[in-house]
Design a protein around this ligand. Structure first.
Ligand SMILES: Cc1cc2nc3c(=O)[nH]c(=O)nc-3n(C[C@H](O)[C@H](O)[C@H](O)COP(=O)(O)O)c2cc1C
Length: 157
């Protein structure tokens, strides 16, 4: 069974709600998925999983310092995360979510991770604005279902 770690930072709960919705859907799809706050995550945690999904609030159009710190600390395993499946999500007050998602994906791609876009939904990774609405949860589910389908193809043996 493929193992996935959903890591998030959240001060006011919006990114956290997305993380929980994504993790719940991954588990519903039969994956061994765990949700963890970035403050409780170490670079070592990235080693033991097949996939990593990282969520951050949008802070000035990019990821929060807490998420950046984890990614910067992960340099000690540069080369060892190659081929894992990555993805990213973000919540903003109004705008800037896409550049935040891309900023996370840049680091995951540099690690050599596999990243899937979306031809129909949010292209780069799922995003939301302010307090989560029902449609945001539906988007999180779609994002997680697509992630689950590919991670199973890549890593379930
Ligand atoms: C330091 C800081 C910078 C922010 N920068 C932006 C921004 O560039 N664009 C935006 O729309 N919202 C911005 N916000 C608002 C947050 O992105 C928004 O409230 C988000 O939903 C918070 O997510 P959380 O509930 O998971 O903490 C900023 C908030 C803080 C605290």
């Amino acid at each position: 069974m493929a193992r996935v770690l959903v890591i998030y930072h959240s001060r006011t709960g919006h990114t956290e709600s997305m993380a929980h919705a994504i993790t719940g859907t991954l588990q519903g799809e039969g994956l061994d998925a765990e949700c963890r706050r970035v403050e409780d995550t170490t670079p070592e945690d990235l080693l033991g999983v097949d996939g990593v999904i990282i969520g951050s609030p949008t802070y000035y159009g990019t990821m929060s310092a807490e998420v950046k710190k984890l990614l910067d600390d992960s340099v000690k395993y540069h080369g060892r995360l190659d081929g894992k499946m990555g993805a990213a999500f973000s919540s903003a007050g109004s705008t800037g979510q896409e550049t935040t998602v891309i900023s996370i994906l840049e680091a995951l791609l540099i690690h050599g991770m596999v990243v899937q876009g979306d031809f129909q939904g949010h292209h780069y990774g799922v995003t939301s604005t302010g307090k989560l609405q029902e449609e945001d949860l539906t988007r999180c589910q779609r994002f997680a279902q697509r992630y689950a389908a590919l991670v199973k193809k890549l890593y379930s043996s």
